[in-house]
Design a protein around this ligand. Structure first.
Ligand code: MN
Length: 264
């Protein structure tokens, strides 16, 4: 936890324990441990070739970032500012390369969709990041799935209600271990595809993104202060579609290990 945030929490806790209100002037011992009534698990992503794990702070996802996908979702692709939504960090499901991981078919949906996406993981943050410095924030990349209860997402969209129930549910963010950019480079072009039961469904190129990863970071940082631990799902190409129990999804991006899940 960042020191300032920790100090704030400790000051508030000390004041409340003393029967008063939080006083910003109170000095708090930041080495003091915070006692909690139960543990809430943190979320980490393994890093390929490292004993260290990547702690996840926030998951940002960009919507309609490939022109053909924007059209299939019923909107006009253009260079209007990108829009973002979030998933909770505990939606992450780790998919080690070379393994087939069981992915639970969620409740409430009859139209459960895959979306293959390049995921960028940030080890630096900031506000108002200029485009030419944006990729300095990216520590690593991986292949991710932005799993979607499409029927619920559409119904909420039609009613101008939030998308959470369609996008931000348990296990909705499968992804592979992080591949450091120092090793794999910054991925700007290359095939991105997804197969269901060995049949190609999505097939595009990273260079078809409307907003590049660097542009996404720059735009995001105008709305939010980015921080180490933030990850960004950079959007899916066209031909999203449904899966049912028993289906096996293979997801691929050139330069990264494939991931595979079985819907159960
Ligand atoms: Mn998506």
């Amino acid at each position: 936890m960042p020191t300032n945030k920790r100090r704030e929490l400790l000051q508030a806790a000390a004041a409340i324990a003393a029967g008063g209100v939080a006083n910003p002037g109170t000095t708090a011992d930041t080495t003091m441990s915070i006692r909690t009534m139960f543990d809430v698990p943190d979320t980490y992503i393994p890093i390929a070739g490292s004993a260290e794990q990547f702690p996840v702070r926030r998951i940002y996802c960009i919507g309609r970032n490939y022109a053909a996908h924007a059209r299939e979702m019923g909107s006009d692709p253009n260079r209007e500012p990108p829009f973002f939504f979030q998933k909770p960090t505990d939606a992450i499901q780790i998919v080690p390369p070379g393994e087939t991981i069981d992915h639970p078919y969620p409740t409430l949906t009859k139209n459960y969709h895959y979306e293959v996406e390049l995921v960028a993981a940030l080890a630096k943050g900031g506000r108002h990041i200029p485009l030419d410095r944006a990729l300095d924030l990216v520590y690593a990349y991986t292949v991710g799935l932005d799993m979607t209860r499409r029927d619920l997402q559409r119904a909420m969209g039609d009613e101008k209600k939030p998308w959470e129930i369609g996008k931000s549910f348990d296990h909705s963010a499968p992804l592979g271990p992080l591949q450091p950019a120092q090793k794999v480079g910054h991925l700007k072009e290359g095939a991105i595809w997804l197969k269901v039961n060995g049949q190609i469904k999505q097939n595009a190129n990273l260079n078809q993104m409307i907003w590049s990863v660097a542009e996404q970071i720059s735009k995001l940082s105008e709305a939010f202060e980015l921080a180490p631990g933030d990850i960004i799902y950079s959007g899916t190409p066209e031909n999203v579609g449904p899966v049912v129990k028993g289906d096996v999804i293979d997801a691929h991006i050139d330069g990264l290990p494939d991931i595979r899940v079985r819907i159960v």
